[in-house]
Design a binder for this molecule. Sequence first.
Ligand code: PMP
Length: 361
Amino acid sequence: MKRPYNFSAGPAALPQEVLEQAAAEMLDWHGSGMSVMEMSHRGREFMSIRDQAETDLRELLDVPSHYHVLFMQGGGIAENAIVPLNLSRGGTVDFVVTGGWSAKSYKEAKRYCRARVAASSEADGYTRIPAQWQLSERPSYVHVCTNETIHGVEFQELPDLKALGCDAPLVIDCSSHIASRPIDWSRVGLAFAGAQKNIGPAGLTLVIVREDLVGHALEICPSAFDYKTVAENHSMYNTPPTYAIYTAGLVFQWLKRQGGVAEMERRARAKAELLYGYIDASGWYVNKVDPTCRSRMNVPFFLPDDRLNEAFLAGAKERGLLQLKGHKSVGGMRASIYNAMPLEGVQALVDYMREFAARHG
Ligand code: PMP
């Protein structure tokens, strides 16, 4: 079955093989007589699914053994509160604001800790990563969003806080590019990611946290969100999002079959070069982000006249190119080209963009 190309920012397209496998196993998982949705989370069957998912994720992302992998709920937005509840220890937390998501993280953290902005590119319309950071004397941690899904800004390399004279752990919101490039764990204290872009369905949040950062939650932290409680109970303190964990596990196995994160990075580079290359060469479409920090996952672009937007979207839909409308805070278009988007999908988009520009230019 040939499906349309889905450019949604999230929940986003999943590999077709994964959907087909989930469909085939829907009524009877591996002879158990049950759907994964119907299993006890503490039963032998589901425990094996969970353990395999964690093992595969650790292998894919090369997660060191002194980091916990937690399967949580609440998404990135809940982590904006859960992280300061666990890591702020009554101190100051620094935020580097590079787009809508890190701005939101800062705003939410203010409810739980002394949060301050160490650097911001708001004045530049979030089109670059600020060069100068004014870090606090001793922040409890430093937060960055390594891929800004809305503004299309991505750190090409993780910040090295030690080189900036800062001992604090780095917290990264990597929701929208996890598993599309390796993570240098020597620079990261905690990484979190909502699953619904590159990992699986909505409902699962991954938290990967260095052991020594766990066990310092504020008194008011809900038990279900205390990383120590979650870690000690192997993400089973409350009922975890079992079906989402299962589906993410199928995605991890698909990733391994494809050649892992290194191969995803190679493909992401090729897809991004194709799309940005065409946008820049077109002289008609525009992406405003500084080329040194353009996202390989989320590509916002504008037509020369907003009055053409509806016609562009309608024509795209006719050709099986779905969900290209930009985020309401930015306008224009946005193509999200996560791991599950093949190069052919990006080529189909570029072909359509060229045709549309020729007709309306
Ligand atoms: N952070 C980033 C980078 C995101 O892209 C999103 C969702 N688009 C979120 C946080 C919030 O995720 P959720 O809606 O799952 O809470």
